[in-house]
Write a protein of this length. Sequence first.
Length: 130
Amino acid sequence: HIVSLHRRNLLRRHLSFHVRPKRAVPKSPLTPLTLDSDQLVADFEHQTATIAAFDRRFHDHPLIKVTYEDLCTNYEATMRDLQRFLNVPYRRLKPETPKLSSRTLPEAIQNYHELKEQFAGTQWAGFFDD
């Protein structure tokens, strides 16, 4: 059985990736990042291709797709579905890792509004969901 876990919003994934190294410093004020649109496109395309390649590689296995967003918004039901898929007895689980940032995208990205304009009308526009 294969669990494909990824983020639906690749902009938030990209942001998390850049913030992650700073997590070792407790309660440090995180300054907004300035992101490059070309690097975002390259990362979005890379992540989309990686997810598709993963799903192709395991197409002949029992596979369930789980998104980080589903875990955050509907944790109990997602875990119930996952345990059913894995054919294990249901057990109520609680996440142990706290969410490290609750900043909105405009708070976390210095040039958010500029990027949102640049990506309007593209396949990536939905990631700018402030």
